[in-house]
Design a protein around this ligand. Structure first.
Ligand SMILES: [Zn+2]
Length: 320
């Protein structure tokens, strides 16, 4: 998706929201007028008084400064009467107001010429969805994670990890801690992190999933002008509410990849946005590969979950 396509999609969604709000308000209005026709005459009185006072100003028989307070006062009085009428007929007092999805920009995407937060959020969300499109996120859930694969002591430890992930997902917010999932391949790290990402998305957050190799490559291509036009992976990676960086350590070992990782780690910590990192490497190996600074950040600022068991390939379950 190009940047233009992402914005087009965002504006289509805003248009749709706005239309929906207007249609719903119109419907409520018709419902009210059918039951309480007096509302119409109240509105009529209101517009009549505005017209009358405007005429006075135009004919120069009155000043705008004296007329304005009167208009406001009459308007408020009529509004108050309408609210009384609504309540008397068992409607909520704000029943006639148009309820926009975003009251700040009234679903236009702009406030005083500036992009509204709701538009920025939509753009981030669409970009993340576009990125996740090719992953199997929608196929992984907590329900199909089978603890029966883990035996003995492993079962007890994995049960705790599973419970932790479930409640983490259920209460996910921007204040949620970072997670470092450690352990050998095939123990369910990808599965549980995707299940968390899925629930975060369902709760309205933007979540981004990819392998370290994926992200590093895309960011590198972009830096050297080989990226797809308009797609800003760096911004998408930094802007996502939740980032799942899978399989750290499986990527090609290079200075470039090491510094890209450090940059992502550090920027997300500074931005205060939760990240989940999965790796087969041990703490010692992480430190050797990504440096002492990265290693100590991971060990102190991430909640460490140590997966155990024998390779049970939980991933196979969610891969089709
Ligand atoms: Zn808005």
């Amino acid at each position: 998706m190009t940047k233009r396509e992402i914005y087009e999609k965002a504006f289509n969604i805003l248009d749709h929201r706005r239309q929906e709000a207007l249609v719903a308000a119109q419907k409520r209005r018709e419902e009210v007028i059918a039951k309480v026709p007096q509302v119409l005459s109240m509105e009529d009185t209101m517009s009549q008084s505005v017209i009358r006072l405007t005429k006075l100003v135009l004919a120069k028989s009155a000043d705008l400064s004296e007329v304005m307070p009167k208009i406001i006062e009459e308007n408020q009085r009529a509004q108050g009467k309408i609210k009384e009428l609504l309540l008397a007929h068992h409607f909520p007092s704000d029943y006639l107001e148009t309820k926009f999805h975003c009251s700040r920009c009234r679903d236009t995407g702009y406030v005083e010429g500036e992009r509204c937060d709701c538009l920025k959020m939509l753009v981030r969300k669409i970009a993340a969805e576009d990125f996740n499109h090719s992953t199997f996120m929608s196929l992984c859930s907590f329900q199909d994670f089978d603890l029966g694969y883990y035996r003995g002591d492993d079962n007890e430890k994995m049960k705790q990890i599973y419970q932790f992930c479930r409640s983490y997902a259920a209460s996910f917010s921007l204040q949620s801690p970072n997670i470092l999932m450690m352990g050998n391949t095939g123990l369910g790290k990808t599965h549980l992190s995707l299940a968390i990402a899925r629930e975060a998305i369902e709760a309205g957050y933007t979540a981004l999933y990819g392998t370290a190799q994926d992200f590093f490559e895309k960011i590198q291509n972009e830096r050297f002008g080989k990226g797809e036009e308009g797609v800003n992976t760096t911004a998408t990676v930094m802007g996502a509410d939740l980032l799942v960086l899978d399989d750290l350590g499986a990527e090609y070992d290079s200075n470039y990849n090491q510094s890209t990782f450090y940059h992502i780690l550090n920027s997300r910590l500074n931005a205060g946005k939760p990240t989940i990192i999965n790796t087969n490497l041990t703490p010692k190996q992480l430190e050797t590969r990504y440096g002492a600074r990265a290693g100590s950040r991971l060990m102190t600022l991430y909640k460490c979950l140590k997966f155990c068991g024998t390779d049970i390939r939980q991933q196979n379950l969610c891969r089709k």
